[in-house]
Write a protein that binds this ligand. Structure first.
Ligand code: SF4
Length: 78
């Protein structure tokens, strides 16, 4: 999705992902509390399975998965 060696492309990519996730979340009704989501994302940030914006275990955008109340980490980290 983005050139790993190019910071500018990475920033654009992050904006694209944020917009995509925001759009998808607008259809969801069962959202996690912001504090819960942020705690989950902090764990993802330290995880060896994180591949840029996606989880290497399940393939989800981590920002999307962590924002849904009933979802859990496929590696049982949250
Ligand atoms: S969802 Fe779990 S396995 Fe996937 S990146 Fe986050 S902490 Fe790692």
């Amino acid at each position: 999705m983005a050139c790993v060696g190019c910071e500018i492309k990475e920033q654009v990519s992050r904006l694209d992902v944020d917009a995509l996730v925001r759009e998808q979340l607008s259809f969801e009704i069962d959202l996690a509390e912001e504090e819960v989501r942020d705690q989950r994302l902090n764990i993802c940030d330290q995880c060896e399975h994180l591949n840029q914006h996606t989880c290497g275990k399940c393939g989800c955008f981590v920002r999307f998965r962590a924002s849904l109340e009933k979802k859990s980490c496929p590696d049982r980290k949250w």
